[in-house]
Design a protein around this ligand. Structure first.
Ligand code: NAD
Length: 246
């Protein structure tokens, strides 16, 4: 028996990387889990697992996916707003269309998914929302103006949502991963001239000398989703090897 026995979770972006690790962790602890992803894995379907094609940038797609989850599992207790994309560049190099596109996925996507989920979360005795922000929210990384702005917005959105839904018994928190070992980072490394050397350099830049494991982020998400954190809302947990202290 696990601490999420009988509960239902959705994880956006759950088909890859950090999201996939969150899916496995919540499922291992007893939850029925639905993946909402642009690239779902149909072979994931089982009595306790559902994979739905959904685009968090499309309101109709999000609403249909959440209704499919509730039709299948009968309830919704945990929402992990994890889907997100990267963006490189400065305010000069990213044009308006790029700003709108990335904000629409990384920030408005969380509002959309939450809006569709709230009527169901209000029925849950232990409702929790966990958003994936990033160390980028506070780090001031070069060549990441747009991405860092979206993740800063996720931090403030998390606090605002926590305040709005406090008295409904819905907790809202976020995790701030450092550079994590996921397909996303793998793609960045693969685009380098010497991916192995680039990986070694990236690891050396981490305070603890290695990339963050997606399972470490998933552990923090599981804590924030569980009644063990029942007195915690509006906060963030850094899972970054100490990067925020540098
Ligand atoms: P990833 O690219 O491995 O996985 C992201 C998943 O999100 C993919 O399955 C993708 O299909 C899905 N997705 C993308 N756009 C979507 C959309 N519009 N609708 C639905 N699904 C969509 O990435 P990851 O590294 O696992 O990152 C996951 C989250 O963690 C993101 O929010 C990212 O900003 C954040 N994060 C990652 C790192 C890192 O170093 N990897 C660090 C800090 C924060």
């Amino acid at each position: 028996t696990g601490e999420f026995d009988g509960l239902v979770a959705i994880v956006t972006g759950g088909a890859s990387g950090i999201g996939a690790a969150i899916v496995e962790r919540l499922a291992a602890d007893g939850a029925s889990v639905a993946i909402l992803d642009l690239n779902p894995s149909p072979d994931e379907d089982s009595a306790t697992r559902l994979s739905v094609r959904a685009n968090v940038a499309d309101d109709a797609s999000v609403r249909a996916a959440i209704e499919a989850v509730v039709a299948r599992f009968g309830r919704l207790d945990i929402v992990v707003n994890n889907a997100g994309i990267g963006a490189q560049g400065t305010v000069e190099s990213n044009d308006d269309d790029e700003w709108h596109r990335v904000f629409d996925i990384n920030v408005v996507g969380m509002a959309r998914v939450t809006r569709a989920a709230l009527p169901h979360l209000r029925e849950s005795p232990s409702a929790a929302i966990v958003n994936t922000a990033s160390i980028a929210a506070t780090a001031g990384l070069p060549q990441r103006a747009l991405y860092t702005a979206t993740k800063g917005a996720v931090l403030s959105l998390t606090r605002a949502m926590a305040a709005d839904h406090l008295r409904e018994g819905i907790r809202v928190n976020c995790v701030n991963p450092g550079t994590a070992d996921t397909p996303w980072v793998g793609r960045l490394l693969d685009s380098a001239a010497d991916p192995a050397a680039e990986r070694a350099a990236l690891e050396a830049r981490q305070p603890h000398g290695r990339l963050v494991a997606a399972t470490e982020v998933a552990g923090a998400v599981a804590y924030l989703a569980s009644p063990r954190s029942g007195s915690t809302t509006g906060t963030s947990i850094a899972v970054d090897g100490g990067m925020q202290e540098l």
